[in-house]
Design a protein around this ligand. Structure first.
Ligand code: TRP
Length: 455
């Protein structure tokens, strides 16, 4: 299982279903349960959702297919992959390097949100957060994030768990966890939706989520929706390239990407339907920000028999889904350090986690020790999120699209998508190629410039 160098034999996913489950395990995570609801709430609801779906179809899905195809072709970490596929020309490998930076920024705040989920497992067991009273659930969350010791220690627990799991290796660690538990989380979300839909002001929640008010769209909102589309599908920084490098040669890449995208969207929608009816019924603020899920979900569980036990299960499953996503994020720096610096996997994992304990602590302490520290009007937690999701991932997307569309070329791309001619998906390949060559890069560029008020 140890990787020793660039040419060491690589682990592969063991089966077609394993590939789907593992890729889904990277996509589904706190992005669905935490980020999607809070951003939708903060950016006006249905109109944001619509832009997000369009961005997913026109931009994120093609880029996801491109990334997986590149990774499978090169069978290496993102930096080496791009050097191999485009030797000696422009510095395309910078995409991999920027991906490594994005991974650290994302992991810094993501590990803290996983820390909150871990803490909520404990709080649910103790029974201290189960309530439909806004004051109670808000106070419980506020106490947690404003306590520097709790925030830090839970983050260390998260990082240590990641270290343990990562050392088991890709195929075993990730596959085993996600395969078994994803369906359970799905079922629990369906139950939560049913409960939420029976609440008094469910209709208001649904209207907020599905009845668009386009007056609420600004350049910034559209950029946030695009950033979310990248974040959701784990693209723009090499994660999917890394996963692609483990794909088997007979795996249908576009079909897998489409299934992952659809399942991921379903989970996000379920989380939204579980949350917004409760927001309106119990008088929460849709724009509550990162706190949203943590303060509203307990209010839903407080409505049902065995609510406490089910809430424990909910946070445990969320913790596991989040862990799967975190592992996929770590896979990029770990693999780069391992293959580029020739370190054994164990050491590469240790180095990554050590660095993360440092950068992550700034996000853990954002609401306590470092509360006054802001840059560009954002605290460090929000800044890391903004720079990674709204700048680095979309920029990575532009270059991945340009690379496939203008350097790698139609023939290589078609060959890769059809598994060297064994699948009949030529028309699809042309379509995705057209999007990658012309549509996605331009669209991303315009949205970024507009979102940053540069045009
Ligand atoms: N997609 C994951 C989620 O929604 C987060 C994630 C995992 C990610 N790997 C990534 C985001 C790579 C960006 C890039 O929770």
């Amino acid at each position: 299982m140890e990787h020793t160098g660039q040419h060491a034999k690589r682990d592969g996913f063991s089966s077609g279903f394993g590939v789907l489950a593992a890729t889904l395990g990277s996509a589904v995570g706190l992005g669905n349960i935490w980020k999607f609801p809070y951003l939708t709430g903060a950016n006006g609801g249905a109109s944001f959702l619509l832009v997000y779906v369009i961005a997913t179809l026109l931009v994120a899905l093609p880029v996801m297919i491109a990334e997986i195809a590149l990774g499978r072709k090169a069978k290496a970490n993102p930096i080496t992959a791009l050097q191999t596929l485009a030797p000696g020309r422009l510095p395309w490998w910078l995409i991999g390097a920027s991906g490594m930076l994005a991974a650290f920024l994302i992991l810094s705040f993501y590990s803290e949100v996983v820390a909150w989920v871990f803490a909520y497992v404990a709080k649910s067991v103790a029974g201290s957060v189960l309530s439909s009273d806004r004051a109670v659930t808000e106070a419980a969350f506020g106490t947690l994030i404003s306590d520097p010791v709790q925030s830090l220690v839970w983050q260390w627990v998260v990082l240590l768990s990641m270290g343990g799991i990562l050392l088991l290796g890709v195929a075993k660690g990730i596959e085993a966890l996600t395969k078994k538990l994803m369906p359970l989380l799905f079922l629990l979300l369906v139950l939560l939706c049913a409960v939420s839909l029976s609440l008094e002001k469910a209709a208001d929640g649904l209207a907020f989520l599905f009845n668009p008010d386009f007056g609420k769209l600004t350049g910034g909102v559209v950029l946030t929706a695009l950033g979310l589309a990248f974040f959701k599908l784990s693209i723009g920084m090499g994660t999917m390239m890394t996963y692609g490098s483990y794909f088997r040669d007979d795996q249908d890449i576009p079909a897998t990407a489409m299934r992952v995208m659809s399942a991921d969207l379903c989970v996000s929608l379920l989380a939204g339907i579980a949350i917004f009816p409760a927001v309106f019924t119990f008088g929460f603020e849709p724009a509550a920000g990162p706190a949203l899920v943590f303060i509203t979900i307990p209010a839903v569980f407080a409505q049902i028999p065995m609510g406490q036990a089910l809430m424990v299960v909910f946070f445990v499953l969320t913790a596991i889904a989040a862990t799967g996503a975190t592992l996929s994020l770590m896979e990029v720096p770990v693999l780069i350090i391992q293959e580029r610096f020739g370190l054994p996997r164990r050491k590469a994992t240790g180095v990554t986690l050590g660095l993360l304990a440092l950068t992550g602590s700034t996000c853990a302490l954002t609401n306590s020790t470092l509360a006054g520290v802001t840059l560009f009007g954002m605290n460090l937690f929000d800044l890391f999120d903004f720079v990674s999701s709204n700048l680095l991932l979309p920029a990575g997307g532009i270059f991945i699209a340009l690379f496939v569309g203008w350097v790698w070329g139609l023939d290589s791309f078609r060959q890769a998508l059809s598994n060297e001619g064994r699948l009949r998906n030529d028309r699809l390949a042309y379509m995705v190629y057209f999007l990658l060559r012309f549509v996605s890069p331009l669209l991303i560029l315009v949205v970024m410039l507009k979102g940053l008020n540069l045009i």
